[in-house]
Design a protein around this ligand. Structure first.
Ligand code: GBH
Length: 460
């Protein structure tokens, strides 16, 4: 805690004696949704079988952009192993499974011809969930855009709104009789920033103009996707997910506070505020005015949608200081040497989860669900076991902060651990392991980590 104080964390909770509630499943309530989250490209494998089309991630990985030169061709082989994996999920006492639908598996060209074998796979997987008493939670888009669409401009082309509408319509018609929980996008801040600005992710086509176009089109799809689900799915429970990080100034002085505020705009506010009918937060980051160049008359009315829940995904806080380069809204300060960090270099900061929940609860949203939270640590398989006390500790502390926020009136109704099984961690490859279950990538053997057993007992 000393390290946090040293970098100027202003936390009234700590000042007030840092009350931490006792962690029990029942204190979250009987209707609380406990689950794990996954995504198609990260676990399915089968990247070019049964008619699946190429995605931007197939292309990106084939160019050797991944740290360990790997790709998602096999990943966890979940496409073929979903039955035993879902059985294992049930044994760990999770009742909810979050997965994403792979757009190019369903529509290989992005639009037009339907790949029935891909649809079949999801039908079988969804049916297996239901047979086991596991609730399926589907995400329409978790970053694997069909390569064919990227070749037409991808998220920077406004036509993506029509392409996405066709895809969303198809998915909800085919699966909506059985899937009731839907999420439109996974972390639009993630795929727009990493894919079209920093270029660390696919499709690595970067520039401020491309980024802003992608942001606006993602916001249009977010709302349009919601409307399509509502139209096609009876008794639906509709959400979308946002990454978020509690943002603090490095020093308690004006320039740092302003930097933190700018970073807060791009990390936390940019995608939710248009959905709520508040428009883009241009006032607090004037540079965003350039987004208007990508807007057509009537767009403002198309941006809002009343979601049943918003999914928040929180991993770390962000500390900001000003940047000397005008186009960069702020610099991020790396955690210092005394901070507790994960294998991703992310700071373990449970209180940041509490802070961000408090921040988002000020918006008029019906319900919040933590749709991702978790950590990578350097796990080792020793004598058939994986002892990961750091991860157990991580989960306990983050869950305590969620519970605390909930007890103070924040309407959090679910929690999804990221993630079920060690998988393809995007640009990092297979090294950072986030799973509750260890994966031996040579044999595809699944070994439940101590943290997996911890959840099993906690959820009993
Ligand atoms: C999630 O992203 C992903 O949904 C999931 O697929 C992934 O495996 C998991 O986390 C673990 O990494 O910081 O300005 O670049 C979480 C990481 C945090 C990345 C927020 C994007 C926002 C844009 N994301 N970040 S920025």
């Amino acid at each position: 805690m000393a390290a946090l104080v040293a970098i100027g964390r202003v936390n009234p909770v700590l000042a007030a004696g840092n009350y931490i509630p006792e962690l029990t499943k029942s204190s979250f309530g009987d209707n609380f949704h406990w689950g794990v989250a996954t995504s198609a490209y990260q676990i399915e494998g089968a990247s070019d079988v049964d008619g699946k089309g190429e995605s931007v991630w197939d292309r990106f990985t084939s160019r050797g952009h991944i740290k360990d030169k790997s790709d998602g061709k096999i990943a966890n082989d979940f496409y073929y192993r979903y039955e035993s994996d879902l059985k294992l999920l049930k044994e760990l006492n999770f009742k909810n499974f979050r997965f994403s639908l792979s757009w190019p598996r369903i529509l290989p060209e992005g639009t037009g011809t339907i790949n029935e074998k891909g649809v079949d796979y999801y039908n079988r997987m969804i049916d297996e969930c239901l047979r086991l008493g596991i609730e399926p939670w589907a995400v329409l888009y978790h970053w694997d855009l069909p390569q064919k669409l990227e070749e037409k401009g991808g998220w920077t082309n406004r036509e993506v709104v029509d392409w996405f509408a066709e895809y969303a319509d198809l998915c909800t018609r085919r699966f909506g009789d059985r899937v009731k929980h839907w999420m439109v996008l996974n972390e639009p801040a993630g795929f727009t920033t990493l894919g079209y600005l920093s270029g660390t992710h696919a499709p690595q086509r970067t520039g401020i103009g491309k980024y802003l176009a992608a942001v606006h089109h993602a916001c249009l799809c977010q709302a349009e996707g919601g409307r399509i689900i509502r139209r096609n799915v009876e008794k639906s429970h509709i959400g979308t997910t946002f990454s978020c990080s509690h943002t603090e100034p490095y020093k308690p002085i004006g320039s740092h506070q302003r930097a933190a505020k700018r970073l807060d705009v791009v990390l936390n506010r940019l995608f939710i505020e248009p959905t709520l009918g508040m428009g883009y937060p241009i006032q607090d980051l004037p540079f965003l005015k350039k987004i208007e160049k990508h807007m057509l008359p009537g767009d403002e009315q198309k941006l809002p949608f009343e979601f049943d829940f918003i999914g928040l995904q929180n991993y770390f806080r962000v500390i900001a200081k000003p940047s000397l380069i005008p186009v960069i809204w702020a610099n991020r300060v790396k955690p210092d040497s005394t901070a507790e960090i994960t294998e991703m270099g992310w700071e373990v900061d449970p209180e940041g989860m509490y802070d961000i929940l408090k921040q988002f609860s000020k918006y008029p949203v019906k319900e919040i669900i933590i749709t991702e939270n978790g950590a990578a640590f350097p796990d080792r398989l020793v004598d058939g076991r994986v002892h990961d006390p750091q991860r157990i500790n991580f989960y306990k502390r983050y869950l305590q902060q969620i519970l605390k926020a909930k007890q103070e009136g924040v309407n959090v109704q679910g929690y999804f651990a990221w993630t079920f099984i060690d998988n393809f961690e995007w640009a990092e490859g297979y090294r950072p392991r986030f799973g509750l279950v260890y994966n031996d990538f040579d044999t595809q053997e699944r070994i439940v980590k101590d943290s997996g057993y911890w959840f099993r007992d906690f959820l009993k």
